[in-house]
Every structure is written in C-alpha cells, then in structure tokens.
Design a protein around this ligand. Sequence first.
Ligand SMILES: [Fe+2]
Length: 289
Amino acid sequence: MSTIYFDSQHSESLRRENIFRGDIYVFSARPSTRAFVDFSRNLAIEAFAPHDPCAAQHHMQAEEFAAILSQLKPRFMHDPKVKEQMRAIFEEFGEDPEQTFFDVPRMRTMTHGDYLRTGIALAVPPHRDTWFAGHQSQLNWWFPVSGVEPENTMVFHPGYFDRGVDNVSDRYNHQQWMETSRAAAAQQIKTDTRPLPEIRQEIDTSSDFRIQCEEGGLLLFSASHLHSTSPNNTGKTRFSVDFRTVNLDDVVAGRGAPNVDNKSVGTTLSEYLRVSDSTPIPESVVASQ
Ligand SMILES: [Fe+2]
C-alpha cells in the first residue's frame, strides 16, 4: 500500500527508498518552488497577453493558440534562469549535487474540451512514464502552475504500482524515436506518427486518487506509477511544469521501482545533466542500461 507524505522531513535517501516502494511525497510551496512556478506562470502570462493564459483559448483560434505554445514551451525549457531555479530546488530538498542528474524541464498545457484536438476531449489513458524509456529509478517532480483542479489533474492508480498491466511498451525504442523526430524536425515535416506505448486493458479504478496542492506546491513520485488524466471540462486551460531526476548511485546499483510491465527499448539517461556542473551521465553507465 502506498503512503502519501506531506511536508516530510525525511532524508533524501530515505525519500528515494520510499518512492521506489510507491510512496508519494507532497510538499507545500517553499521559496525555491515558488520562484520556479512564478517564473513559469509569468512567461505564460507574457506569452498570452492581454489574455489570462487559462482563458486565452476562448479568445483566439486554436492555430494562434498553438503557435504561442510552440514559442513558449521551448523558451521555458531552455531558459538559463530556469536551470538556476531548479538548482535552488535541489538544494532546498537536500539533493546531492554530485549524484543527482536532471533532464530539461517541461511546461505542459491541457486545454478545455476539444479545442486543440479533433473529436471529443480525450483523456490521457493510464500509462507509466517508464514505458517511454525512463529509468526504473526515475523520479518525477510535478508542479501545478495555473488552472489545476481535481477535474483536470493527474489521477494515480496506485493499486498497479506493483502489479503489471497488459501494454505495448515494447514498441517504443527511444533511440529510434529521437532519430526520427530529429529528422522530421530538420525536414520540417509533420512529426513522427508511429504508435506510442499504450495500455491494452481496462483497469480497476477503485483505488484511484488525485492530489490537489496549491500553486507552488510539489508532487514527487516514481515514474513507474500508473497514472492518467481526466478530460478537461473545467472551462480553463491547465498549466503545469515538471522535470525528472535520477541518482547515479541508484542507476549503477540497479535500485529503483520494481519493473512490473515495462518493455520499452533504450534509455533517456543520456539526456540527463549533473546538478553540480551540467556534465552528462558517463557514457559507459548509459551504455550498460
Ligand atoms: Fe505521464
């Protein structure tokens, strides 16, 4: 059974150990997380001005909205200030700067209804982030920014943390995916449309829960948790930001969440950078995974 720890004082190593058993850590806003989220929100406000980013979809065509996002998201991902803010978060949460590696932060949006999709508002079906070649020791750091409500936030299916589901993660090969996407970007053609990992069964939702925390708060959990997102019918666009970390000792020692059904090929580890000096994970370690 999973435990949810609120504002825990656990050491970083105990926290990882518990997360590998399916526990989830929830933290109230702290100076470092608030700065990170405020910065993210301000970028979105600037990008959608004069509209409120959560309501902008009601004031413009979907093409215009998508064009704004296509500038905003990479800007956030590559802003040097964001990396500094992430380092401040790692320091405040007691991460070892030599052993902890992070990947680029992402800004996620989920619009209300079927605005940016064809057909009805689709839910994001249950999946594990590890199905996309994430390491079994990967931690997800997830922050609500604006417009996040229980009706549009992520849903955890904790009953499946140590129970496999029928899925087709074996059709995901990370290195192949990256090469194809790069080629597609270079040729400015529509990005790869090959099928992604997918669940192939109905799940028992009786143990589901959602966690609502204030903006500036943080959810820290294993990338191996089965989770999904409800269709967004709140009338607002939801904004969140997230990034991932791994600890080099865990990777080398093979510690992490149990692998109950992840059959993806390859690894995302070559994209991670060390907190202290932004060097990548040694190639020999990546190659051994
Ligand atoms: Fe996910």
